[in-house]
Design a protein around this ligand. Structure first.
Ligand code: GDP
Ligand code: MG
Length: 437
C-alpha cells in the first residue's frame, strides 16, 4: 500500500497551494493507509475531515509537490494526536503503585516483568511484583518464574485467596520490606465481563494505584476501541502499553487508544524478552502508521531551508539599512538548521577557502556570539551604534566575556553588514550579481 501511496504522490502535481481538488486523491490513499494500519474507521473518518480542513491553503514551496506537503501535514497531525511528547511514568513517589489491566494474552504479566527490570536497572529502585491473577495456577507460576529470573520478589498466595486480599497483603509486605514500586499483575479475560471489572475496581480501591496501565495487544484490530472504552469507563486508566509491536502491526491501535481514552501511551512492547520494552515516541509511531518517513523528512528539509518570507524580510531590512544584531541572530539560527556549517560555506560560490574553519570552532563562535547578543537589550540589538563603552562593560559582565570579545563581535557585524549590502545587489533568483549592478 505504501507503494501505491508513493505513486499517487508522484501523480499529483500543480504548484502553489493545497486545494480541495489536488488533495482529493492523496487523501483517499492516506485514508486507506490508516485503515490498513488498523486505525479504527470512525477515528479515520474524523481524522481525515479535520486534517483536510487544516491543510487547505497550505503553501507548496520550492520543488515540493502538493502530495508531499499533505503527507507532512498528516504526519504532524498524527504526532499531535499521539501525544506530541514522550510521556514517562513517574517512579519518584514511594511507594509508586502500578496496576496492570487488560484482556487475557495482551501481555500484562510479561510487561510487569519488563517494568520491574526497568525499575531495577535504570532507576536503581526496589520493585515488588504482585501475583493478582488468581484464576490460573499457571499465571502465578509465570510471574514467579519472571521474578526469579530478575531477582525481584514476587508476592503471591497461589490461587487460594481473593485478589483483594492478596493486594492488601502485598501493600503491607512492601511497607515492611521497603519496596519503592509495587507492580500489580491482574487477571484478564478473553472478553470483558462484569465480574472481572468489579474485581479490578475493588483492587483499585484497595491499592489506590498511581498508575493504571491498560495493556493492549497491537494486533487487536478494530475491537481495540471497545476494549479501551470499557476499561477506561470502569477504571479511569492513566496510561496504556501497546505490546507486540515487533510483529507486523503498523501500530494504528495507538491512535485509537488515544482517541478513545485521551491517556498517554507510556510504553511499547517489542518482543518476548524482558528488555524488549521502550518508551512511546509519537513521531516514530506516526512514521510507522503512515509509512512515509522519507517523504516527511524531505519536506521538513525543504521547508526549513525555504523559509522564503524570513529571507525576504531580512533582505528588505538590509537594503533599508535597518539590519540589526537581532536579525543576524535569526539568520544564524536559519543557517544552523541547514546542518554542519563548513559544508554550507563550501557550497557558496566564490567563498574563499578557509583551512582553519571546522565545525567545532564555528560552533563555538556561534555560541559565543549568541550569548553576547542575548546579553544586550532589544534596542542595542536593533541599533548597535548606540552601544557605548559603559554599555559594552555591562554586556561583557552579563555574558561573562571580556570587552575584546564584544568589540570583535561588533566589528564583525559591521563587516558582514557591508558584505550583505553587496549581496543584496545580487539577483535573488540566480545568485549572480545583477547586470550592471
Ligand atoms: P497476559 O495474559 O496479559 O498476562 O499476557 P502474557 O504476559 O502472558 O503474554 C501473552 C503472550 O504474549 C506471551 O507468550 C508473551 O511472551 C507474549 N508477549 C507479550 N508481550 C509481547 C511483545 O511485546 N512481543 C511479543 N512478540 N510477544 C509478547
Ligand atoms: Mg498474565
Amino acid at each position: 500500500l505504501s507503494e501505491r501511496l508513493q505513486s499517487t504522490l508522484k501523480k499529483v502535481s500543480g504548484q502553489g497551494q493545497l486545494t480541495e481538488s489536488n488533495m482529493e486523491e492523496m487523501l483517499t490513499e492516506i485514508r486507506l493507509a490508516l485503515l490498513e494500519a488498523d486505525v479504527n474507521y470512525q477515528v479515520v473518518k474524523e481524522f481525515i475531515a479535520s486534517t483536510k480542513e487544516k491543510a487547505i491553503g497550505a503553501d507548496v514551496v520550492g520543488s515540493l509537490k502538493p502530495g508531499q506537503v499533505l503527507v507532512k501535514i498528516v504526519h504532524d497531525e498524527l504526532v499531535h494526536l499521539l501525544g506530541d511528547e514522550v510521556s514517562e511514568v513517574d517512579f519518584s513517589k514511594k511507594p509508586t503503585v502500578i496496576m496492570m489491566v487488560g484482556l487475557q494474552g495482551s501481555g500484562k504479566t510479561t510487561t510487569s516483568g519488563k517494568i520491574a527490570k526497568l525499575i531495577k536497572t535504570k532507576y536503581a529502585k526496589k520493585p515488588l511484583l504482585v501475583a493478582g491473577d488468581i484464576y490460573r495456577p499457571a499465571a502465578v507460576d509465570q510471574l514467579v518464574t519472571l521474578g526469579k529470573q530478575l531477582d525481584v520478589p514476587v508476592y503471591e498466595k497461589g490461587t487460594s485467596e481473593s485478589a483483594e486480599n492478596i493486594v492488601k497483603g502485598a501493600m503491607n509486605y512492601a511497607a515492611l520490606n521497603n519496596n519503592d514500586v509495587i507492580i500489580i499483575d491482574t487477571a484478564g479475560r478473553l472478553h470483558i465481563d462484569e465480574p472481572l471489572m468489579q474485581e479490578l475496581a475493588n483492587v483499585k480501591e484497595i491499592a489506590k494505584p498511581d498508575e493504571i496501565l491498560l495493556v493492549v495487544d497491537s494486533l487487536t484490530g478494530q475491537d481495540i476501541v471497545n476494549v479501551a472504552a470499557s476499561f477506561n469507563e470502569k477504571l479511569s486508566i492513566t496510561g496504556a502499553v501497546l505490546t507486540k509491536l515487533d510483529g507486523d502491526s503498523r501500530g494504528g491501535g495507538a491512535l485509537s487508544i488515544r482517541h478513545i481514552t485521551n491517556v498517554p501511551i507510556k510504553f511499547i512492547g517489542t518482543g518476548e524478552k524482558l528488555d524488549a520494552i521502550d518508551l512511546f515516541y509519537p513521531d516514530r509511531m506516526a512514521d510507522r502508521i503512515l509509512g512515509m518517513g522519507d517523504v516527511v523528512s524531505l519536506v521538513e528539509k525543504v521547508q526549513d531551508v525555504y523559509d522564503e518570507k524570513e529571507t525576504m524580510k531580512a533582505m528588505k531590512k538590509m537594503q533599508s539599512g535597518r539590519f540589526g544584531l537581532d536579525d543576524m541572530l535569526d539568520q544564524m539560527h536559519q543557517l544552523k538548521k541547514l546542518g554542519p556549517l563548513s559544508g554550507i560555506l563550501k557550497m557558496i560560490p566564490g567563498m574563499p577557502s578557509m583551512p582553519n574553519l571546522n565545525d567545532e570552532t564555528t560552533d563555538k563562535r556561534m555560541k559565543e556570539t549568541e550569548s553576547i547578543i542575548y546579553s544586550m537589550t532589544l534596542e542595542e540589538r536593533r541599533d548597535p551604534s548606540i552601544i557605548t563603552l559603559s554599555r559594552k562593560q555591562r554586556i561583557a559582565k552579563g555574558c561573562g566575556k571580556d570587552l575584546a570579545a564584544i568589540n570583535r563581535l561588533l566589528k564583525q557585524f559591521e563587516q558582514s553588514k557591508q558584505m550583505m549590502k553587496q549581496m543584496s545587489n545580487m539577483d535573488m533568483a540566480t545568485g549572480l550579481p545583477k547586470m550592471g549592478g
